[in-house]
Design a protein. Structure first.
Ligand code: SF4
Ligand code: SF4
Lengths: 219, 337
């Protein structure tokens, strides 16, 4: 009981701190919701996404490891980010790091019977493990075969929301890439920046409107 | 490469659900044609339909990561843009109607109800009844069973279609992404349902021999369904094999179809789905009709068992061959080659 009260008070204080500048004392409930809205309003309607640069990725898998660590993935949970290797016409290896594409119109969300998948601020598609029944319909629906399953529920990238990263802030995988091969930001900006550098970014496929762009070539 | 996320439980469920739905429809049609004949065959078939669907649903539940949460249907099947939700409620409703119909088809239950519940046993008099024969007067209980039969036929048809819609509307697997798949599964559901009723009729032939007219009706239905299934199956695989190999989805669809017809699954496909599941029932049905009025029970049983094997194997193969397209691979290759 005391613990619960303490938590509520802490939440309330955090809410008040977030609306700094406001001297008007309002009810605890409205203060909390106002701060929540303000915190995300700048990114609420902006679609964020990833950019994966094939010419810079060396396949070190720092991103994969950082993701596992930051999100405390259990042993039986598969990697949320995958680095796949391809061979180009000069027989050089090309590495590509991808995770969930946080699609515009996600198939996974449409087919989930339990309504466990939602698309929220910054266009992040995330799963509620307390709602998921583990029917595995979502991976059959995802054109990119992203969802995986552990012994609790479906598991996939949520842009580190669960690891405490606010919507729109840089996820741990991108922070971990010392070769600058991964970027995170509003997709429109990512595309414009790449084009300004003379690159021609392409989305991974078309189905569902994926928000992961690929650029460049290696070798 | 095979699809391994959904293993044998969903495959068996798609078969059992379809077969149960088909069997109920066939039994209900027999009942609606003449309620005085084949009481036992109708009753046992309805119970068999109920049992198939129930076992199928239990199998599906057992495959979930959280079966207990799955049983909280109001929460776990609440997103109605998903065919899994529509199917879960449809199958649940069908299960209830199948059980009720099967229960009321039992003579002791009917007698008991008629004794306890006046309305059930009463035969309402209608204007003009005097002109009709005594047989035309129908007790309320029978009317209720007729309504249940019609509702059950509707729900059964929905369940049969849904087993295909579930795969089609997933959207990530090119093999399944075709309106011909629900057609195929629906025809096959009816086909296997008729086969189950045939097996039951043969087993019960001492106690409740099948009237010649009913047997001929079922054989004709079998011929129609097999012809339809061959056409749909050929069109389904043909469309996939002529898919555009330049696109990831087209290539994956073609690869799946080849896996079934010439690849690693081909032996099982041709032997069990085509030979046992389609050719055998067709030959047996034609022979039975030709041998008109002679002893055709062994032929009927053989054809029916073949149809059941083929229908079951069809679900396993379509699931196993349902691989994803390599979308990332084809995008990257487009960039680096
Ligand atoms: S990539 Fe797959 S899992 Fe991610 S949002 Fe799109 S459909 Fe859903
Ligand atoms: S596995 Fe979980 S998240 Fe995926 S569709 Fe089923 S209930 Fe939804």
């Amino acid at each position: 009981m005391t613990e619960h009260t303490a938590l509520t008070r802490r939440g309330f204080l955090a809410g008040c701190a977030a609306v700094t500048g406001s001297l008007v004392v309002v009810g605890a409930a409205s203060a909390g919701s106002a701060s929540a809205e303000e915190g995300v309003s700048s990114v609420a309607n902006v679609q964020y996404g990833f950019l994966s640069d094939l010419s810079r990725c060396v396949g070190c898998e720092n991103c994969v490891a950082a993701c596992r660590e930051a999100n405390h993935l259990s042993e039986e949970t598969a990697n949320r980010r995958r680095v796949q290797v391809f061979m180009n016409s000069r027989s050089n290896n090309v590495y590509v790091s991808t995770s969930c594409m946080h699609c515009d119109d996600p198939n996974c969300l449409r087919v989930c019977p339990a309504g466990a998948i939602s698309k929220g601020a910054a266009g992040i598609v995330s799963v509620n493990p307390d709602r998921c029944i583990g029917c595995k319909y979502c991976v059959q629906a995802c054109p990119y075969e992203v969802p995986t399953y552990n012994n609790v529920s479906m598991d996939k990238c949520d842009c580190c929301l669960g690891a405490g990263v606010a919507p729109g802030d840089t996820p741990y995988c991108v922070q971990a890439c010392i070769f600058d091969a991964l970027k995170y930001g509003p997709v429109d900006e990512l595309r414009a920046e790449a084009e300004a550098r003379g690159l021609a970014p392409v989305p991974v496929g078309e189905a569902c409107g994926p928000n992961c762009l690929l650029v460049g070539e290696r070798g | 490469m095979l699809q391994l996320t959904w293993s044998w439980q969903p495959a068996l469920y798609l078969f059992l659900g379809g077969m149960g739905a088909g069997a109920f429809i066939m039994a209900a049609v027999l009942f609606l044609i003449d309620r005085t004949k084949h009481r036992l065959v109708v009753c046992v078939s309805m119970w068999a339909a109920f049992a198939s669907l129930a076992v199928g649903l239990l199998l599906l539940l057992s495959e979930l990561i959280s079966p207990v949460r799955g049983m909280m249907m109001w929460q776990s099947f609440s997103n109605f843009s998903s065919w899994m939700t529509l199917g879960a409620w449809g199958a649940f409703g069908a299960l209830a109607v199948f059980a009720l119909s099967a229960l009321l088809a039992m003579r002791p239950v009917g007698n008991w109800l008629a004794k306890r519940w006046k309305w059930f046993g009463a035969t309402p008099k209608q204007a003009g009844d005097a002109a009709k024969s005594a047989k035309a007067a129908v007790p309320n209980g029978v009317k209720l069973r007729r309504v249940l039969a019609v509702v059950g036929i509707g729900l059964g048809a929905f369940v049969a279609v849904y087993t295909g819609m579930l795969l089609m509307t997933a959207g990530g697997v090119p093999l399944w992404d075709s309106p011909l798949l629900p057609c195929l599964f629906t025809v096959s559901a009816f086909d296997t349902g008729v086969a189950l009723v045939e097996v039951i009729a043969v087993l019960l032939s001492k106690k409740d021999p099948l009237a010649h007219r009913a047997a001929a009706l079922m054989e004709k239905i079998v011929i129609g369904l097999v012809v339809a299934e061959v056409a749909v199956l050929a069109l389904f695989l043909g469309t996939l094999m002529s898919g555009d190999p330049a696109t990831a989805a087209g290539a994956a669809g073609a690869a799946s179809a080849e896996l079934l017809t010439t690849g690693g699954l081909a032996t099982v496909f041709w032997a069990m789905v085509v030979a046992a599941g389609l050719a055998l029932p067709l030959v047996m049905a034609v022979l039975s009709l030709v041998l008109n009025k002679r002893e055709t029970r062994p032929l009927m049983a053989l054809g029916a068992i073949g149809a059941l094997i083929g229908g079951c194997e069809l679900r396993f193969l379509i699931l196993a061959a349902g691989v994803h397209a390599d979308v990332l691979g084809s995008t990257v290759m487009g960039l680096i080659m």
